[in-house]
Design a protein around this ligand. Structure first.
Ligand code: FE2
Length: 369
């Protein structure tokens, strides 16, 4: 591929490889994601594998791989990250065919190196990994696994506990949203465009998304083949503190706000998540009085959607069903979106008004509005 061809994708990405969280107690977090979200045990690294400084649990559901890492010693970058940010996303790892090329092309364009290309080997082969910094203390890793047949990564062993709650039907990462500080959205939009070769999909400003109190601005960046979508939010001026500002205050800077996970049966997935104790944002039942006037005909019966509080939105290409959890940590930071796409390629802008009002009710209870 020639660097001189402006239409060439200089950073081909196959998909999301894994998302790694730095957390206070990885053993208990892993149990929560098994029990509540139906992730399946995959691999483990820690004292038993010779790592004396950290422990990691890798779990998988569909194509979604989450890694939860905790520090075993106080003077550790993992411990420091958790001290500042609380539990949160450290690595958004992208699956590439050539991690050296990915590092070279992105750092050439101004990407700040986090990790020079490094080979990791075990009996199952070789993984090449490199990484660059993105917003806040978040890092994009490039993972090349062409010559690897192991279960996850060198350094990990199979993790095979007897306890295995059923999956809930989560299939893949649909998009991952970053919250950045006041006036920083365009800096990071430019970063994804210039350093990573992404394109902007759609945008809306604070006039589109605001309530009496809070507002945000957002732009969506997508890679060449559309498999990676990163909306970037920044707070906008409102009468009271916005949810983005609340996140930035508690996370102590920019970071991943939510991971949207796709299902092809949202009624089943959300029913199961609720049964297992996952808490979702509450949408008033009046939402359903007018929603079909707005989105038109849909395949599903409205009754179960209303009962579960699932939201509906439509764009030119179809519709989507979505629902948001409450933050899954004590700090009001990272949460999840469950999404089922029925043709729509957008992100549910039509639901933002109802969602913001719901989030404000939660902020009111936290005293952070
Ligand atoms: Fe989303």
């Amino acid at each position: 591929m020639s660097n001189l061809d402006p239409t060439a994708d200089f950073l081909p990405i196959n998909g999301t490889d894994f998302v790694e969280f730095y957390v206070g107690n990885a053993k208990q977090v892993a149990h929560y994601y098994q029990t509540a979200f139906g992730f399946q045990p995959l691999a483990y690294r820690g004292l038993e594998t010779g790592d004396k400084e950290k422990a990691s649990y890798a779990l998988r559901q569909g194509k979604i791989t989450f890694v939860f890492t905790t520090a075993l010693v106080p003077d550790s970058p993992v411990a420091e990250h958790v001290r500042v940010h609380g539990d949160g996303v450290k690595f958004v790892a992208l699956w590439v065919d050539d991690a050296r090329h990915s590092f070279h092309e992105t750092t050439l364009r101004g990407g700040k190196p986090y990790m020079e290309p490094a080979e990791m080997r075990d009996a199952q082969g070789e993984v090449v990994m490199s990484g660059i910094h993105t917003y806040g203390e978040t890092v994009h890793l490039f993972v090349e696994r062409r010559n690897y047949n192991g279960i996850f990564l060198p350094g990990f062993m199979a993790w095979e506990p007897e306890y295995r709650p059923e999956p809930v039907g989560l299939k893949y990462v649909d998009h991952m949203v970053g919250n950045v500080g006041w006036g920083e959205m365009n800096t990071w939009v430019d970063f994804y465009a210039n350093v990573m070769g992404f394109n902007q999909l759609i945008s809306f400003d604070d006039k589109d998304i605001s309530t009496e109190y809070t507002a945000l601005m957002s732009k969506v960046m997508s890679n060449g083949n559309g498999r990676i979508k990163f909306p970037i939010n920044e707070p906008a001026e409102g009468r009271k503190k916005s949810q983005i500002e609340e996140y930035i205050d508690f996370y102590r800077g920019a970071g991943v706000q939510h991971v949207a996970m796709a299902t092809d049966n949202i009624i089943h997935t959300v029913s199961e998540l609720k049964r297992r104790g996952v808490e979702f944002l509450y949408v008033p039942s009046t939402y359903y009085d007018t929603v079909l006037d707005r989105v038109g005909e849909i395949d599903e019966d409205l009754a179960p959607l209303k009962e579960l509080g699932i939201l509906i939105d439509r764009d030119d290409e179809g519709y989507l069903l979505q629902l948001f959890t409450k933050p899954v940590e004590d700090r009001p930071t990272v949460f999840y979106e469950i999404i089922q796409r029925k043709g729509a390629k957008s992100f549910g802008k039509g639901n933002f008004q109802a969602l913001f009002e719901s989030i404000e009710r939660e902020q009111e209870r936290r005293g952070t509005l």
